[in-house]
Ligand binder design. Structure first.
Ligand SMILES: *Cc1c(COP(=O)(O)O)cnc(C)c1O
Length: 340
């Protein structure tokens, strides 16, 4: 455990800073989930034959707690994370973790580690609930014992450092997901397969990759862990759900754009050509909220968007989303949960 009072809040990055406690609960066989406990943040013991280490029965979520200007601590749409976690468990033949219990663990862990929630606009306390099959198993079957663990770590505020657009490479040599596969499940196995392609792109100066659909290799799906949007002629486009992650930020952006900005939103397949001829592009995810894309590369064809500056519509959506998340904009949504 690090001492929260020694953290340099002005220079938070995205490395793991150990916090005070993590929460663990277990489920064995047909028994209910154990009451669970908060323990000092630290290492856990696993058998080398643990299901998750060998056959990958593992799911996770990612959410954030933030401090508002008045100093209160707020969660953003955590009920949606609970729901998605249930869906992921179902997809991975894992037992459901009760939604109510999930929500109270999230609240409690933030309270336990409240000193690690960064000051206003310095960053967020990232919350990572996980579930793994943890008993020893040789056959490729679901585990008989599961561990639910949630930890937290303070992470730097992407936006405090300015909003420089990123460059992305469109990857046509790897598909992260296929129809009827696991693309919409937040499961651990979905990420490592893409890493060598993303690493290659980073070597070439890009921030990461956008992956294409597995059937025609022609439609943009999403980045490793972020959804994709583009603006053309004052309409916002984003790939339809199916093989992509149903991002909670993605849904928030769609609702803000339609209902607050009154800009039409179309969820459909977006071809490479459509993306390359867009006026603005951006990606969304919990940690960064919205990241403007200033350049896309496809097979040595580079396209710059909006002179490599954040586009007007992107900027408006960004301001509203962040304003809502920090309780600074009145709105019709009930997305904020304030901790007592
Ligand atoms: C988590 C994730 C996202 C973003 O989802 P949010 O709910 O907005 O954080 C997008 N794509 C993938 C593949 C992800 O794992």
């Amino acid at each position: 455990m690090s001492n929260a009072f020694q953290i340099d809040w002005d220079n938070l990055g995205c490395q793991i800073i150990p916090t005070k406690t993590m929460y663990i609960s277990k489920k064995i066989g047909t028994q209910a989930w154990s009451e669970g406990e908060f323990k000092a943040f630290g290492k856990i013991e696993l058998s080398p034959a643990a299901q998750v280490l060998n056959y990958g029965q593992g799911i996770f979520e990612g959410l954030k707690a933030q401090r508002t200007k008045s100093g209160s601590v707020v969660l953003f749409r955590h009920e949606d994370n609970a729901r998605r976690f249930l869906q992921s468990a179902l997809s991975m033949s894992m037992p459901p973790f009760p939604e109510k219990k999930f929500l109270s663990v999230i609240e409690e862990i933030v309270k336990e580690n409240i000193n690690y929630v960064p000051p206003y606009k310095k960053g967020v306390l990232y919350i990572r609930p996980c579930m793994w099959g943890t008993d020893e198993i040789l056959n490729v079957t679901p585990a008989n014992e599961y561990t639910f663990l949630t930890y937290t770590t303070p992470v730097g505020y992407y936006l405090g450092k300015g909003i420089t657009p990123i460059k992305l490479d469109i990857c046509d040599t790897h598909h992260r997901a296929a129809p009827k596969g696991m693309g919409s499940t937040k499961t651990i196995g979905n990420y490592p397969g893409a890493m060598r392609f993303a690493e290659q792109a980073r070597t070439n100066g890009y921030k990461g990759c956008l992956y294409l659909d597995a059937i025609e290799n022609r439609y943009i799906e999403e980045a490793e862990a972020a959804n994709f949007f583009c603006v053309k002629d004052n309409v916002l486009y984003t790939p339809a759900l199916g093989t992509i992650m149903p991002g909670i930020t993605r849904d928030s952006v769609i609702q803000i754009t339609k209902n607050i900005l009154n800009i039409p939103v179309v969820e459909k397949s977006i071809s490479i050509d459509e993306a390359l001829s867009a006026d603005e592009c951006f990606c969304t995810g919990t940690l960064a909220s919205i990241v403007s894309v200033g350049l896309l590369n496809y097979k040595n064809r580079q396209v710059i968007f909006n002179n490599f500056e954040v586009g007007d519509i992107t900027k408006k959506i960004m301001e509203i989303l962040i304003g809502i998340q920090l309780c600074e904009i009145e709105n019709q949504f009930s997305w904020i949960h304030t901790l007592e």
